[in-house]
Design a protein around this ligand. Structure first.
Ligand SMILES: Cc1cc2nc3c(=O)[nH]c(=O)nc-3n(C[C@H](O)[C@H](O)[C@H](O)COP(=O)(O)OP(=O)(O)OC[C@H]3O[C@@H](n4cnc5c(N)ncnc54)[C@H](O)[C@@H]3O)c2cc1C
Length: 475
């Protein structure tokens, strides 16, 4: 007989596992089904984020940043390093350990919260009265039912048309995180978050990196001032970034990948790389879900169609995270997971897309929340802008990392903060203050009047708030 649950979550990524924990906290009998396996076949919950996304990429970014600092920054501190070398195998082993710690952490959280975990593929198999039947196939095969089902099946990498990902020469995100030696020449197609982060890792370790991007504008989603600064800094660091290219023929041999492309002027170019990372976006993952079996509606791009509250076209079936519209970010998936569990419990779960922070973990880091200056201009909103450079911040000088700035945009009449854009050290951490301020509807003056610890990078945020009113104290 099928095991019945109040809530069945299909997918154990950040959206799914968080939704399951929150549902269990709210008193529902809850199951989570996830198919990801470790090399030894054991379960590896955590999805793309934990296994081949956020966590391993940050582990490699950290390792490569240490290497770069040891090679280039330590000397200024009076620390001489002789015979510096990188053991890629050890770096990858450390990354794997960090991933495994996160996988195990999620399994522990399931136990702690009494979430029943099924290791395998979950597929809709019809209805049993009011409940949905879900068939689990794989190591944890079972027939289960859920009064409510939350689809959190995530996304998969998009390939270049006609160019197979072999994860040997042509790599997706999983392959990019598992390169076993430093490629002399590395090509990256796509100058988005993943391409820039992965390109940075291998550039720091010694690769000559060329990034090929189809769009004409660099980091088009970011504030223009930030994107301009980022392009300048990344180029100076040695990333060769080619915008407005049109990829042509890609030839893969046993040892190399040759990419023919037209550059922004239309001139024919060709480049040969040891490896090529393809990071041109991600597609919703619904294969094997049994959407057709029950008539779960997908939109024209293959995402599960949902309303503003993550309801699908089927009663008591919800969908969250990368498999639905909106930014493909782990924390957006998590917030939707919490909100849906609370809605199932009759509460008023809420996600404010305007205060979802964006982060790119390059060096310098880039982070923003709210509107960009170009969005405000396009919408005809009257605003005031204030910026403060890290070059004038004492903590940044002490760190030896003075690149970038904090920029704040506030409504010209009400002074309410409309957007905060940071490029610089620890931008990923600094952006949290801006998100909190915006959630509380703060004015720039509110932030300017709050006591910030000295010396700290966060003083640059306070100074940017002061700059909105043209009264910086340290510039
Ligand atoms: C290289 C890289 C770096 C990234 N870095 C960041 C970052 O720094 N910050 C950030 O916010 N985001 C980052 N992301 C994006 C982030 O990983 C995703 O937004 C996030 O993982 C989405 O969570 P999710 O729960 O919707 O889906 P996923 O994490 O994709 O999880 C879905 C899970 O469901 C499983 N599944 C699918 N179908 C079924 C089925 N039928 N039955 C059972 N299981 C199924 C999948 O195998 C997977 O385990 C990064 C992505 C990549 C690729």
């Amino acid at each position: 007989m099928a095991q019945s649950f109040d809530v069945v979550v299909i997918g154990g990524g950040p959206g799914g596992y968080i939704a399951a924990i929150r549902a269990a906290q709210l008193g529902f009998t809850t199951a989570c089904v996830d198919d990801w396996s470790r090399a030894d076949g054991k379960p590896a919950p955590g999805g793309t984020c934990t296994n081949v996304g956020c966590i391993p990429s940050k582990a490699l970014l950290q390792s490569s940043e240490h290497y770069e600092h040891a090679g280039h920054s330590f000397a200024a501190h009076g620390i001489d390093v002789k015979g510096l070398s990188i053991d890629v195998a050890r770096m990858l082993a450390r990354k794997e350990k960090v991933v495994a710690q996160n996988n195990d952490g999620i399994l522990y959280l399931f136990k702690k919260n009494k979430v029943t975990f099924f290791h395998g593929m979950g597929a809709f198999a019809g209805k049993d009265g009011d409940a949905w039947k879900i068939s689990v196939t794989g190591p944890g095969a079972a027939e289960i039912t859920g009064r409510h089902v939350i689809v959190a099946t995530g996304s998969r990498p998009r390939a270049l048309p006609g160019v197979a990902i072999d994860n040997e020469r042509v790599l997706d995100n999983a392959g990019a995180l598992a390169i076993t030696d430093v490629p002399a020449k590395l090509g990256v197609v796509g100058a988005g978050v993943i391409g820039l982060e992965m390109g940075s890792v291998w550039r720091r370790l010694g690769s000559e990196v060329t990034v090929l991007e189809a769009l004409p504008a660099f980091l088009g989603a970011a504030d223009e001032a930030v994107a301009k600064e980022a392009l300048k800094v990344f180029t100076k660091q040695g990333l060769a970034i080619r915008m407005g290219v049109k990829i042509g023929k890609v030839t893969v041999t046993a040892k190399a990948v040759t990419v023919d492309y037209a550059d922004a002027t239309g001139a024919a170019q060709s480049a040969t790389f040891d490896r090529l990372i393809v990071s041109i976006g991600r597609l919703p993952h619904t294969a094997g879900l049994g959407a057709d079996t029950v008539g779960l509606k997908l939109d024209e791009r293959g995402f599960v169609a949902v309303d503003a509250e993550c309801r699908t076209n089927l009663a008591n079936v919800w969908a969250i995270g990368d498999v639905v519209r909106g930014p493909m970010l782990a924390h957006k998936a998590e917030e939707e997971g919490v909100a849906v569990a609370e809605r199932i419990a009759g509460q008023h779960g809420h996600v404010d897309f305007n205060t979802v922070p964006w982060v790119i973990y390059t060096s310098p880091e880039i982070a923003w929340v709210g509107q960009t200056e170009q969005q405000l201009k396009a919408a005809g909103v009257a605003y005031r802008a204030g910026s403060f450079p890290f070059a004038a911040n004492g903590r940044a000088r002490a760190l030896g990392d003075t690149t970038g700035f904090v920029k704040m945009l506030a409504d010209a009449k009400t002074d309410r903060i409309l957007g905060v854009h940071i490029i610089g050290p620890m931008a990923s951490e600094l952006i949290a203050e801006a998100a909190v301020a915006m959630e509380f509807g703060a004015a720039s003056e509110d932030l300017a009047r709050i006591c910030h610890a000295h010396p700290s990078l966060s003083e640059a945020t306070k100074e940017a708030a002061l700059a909105v009113d043209k009264r910086t104290l340290n510039l």
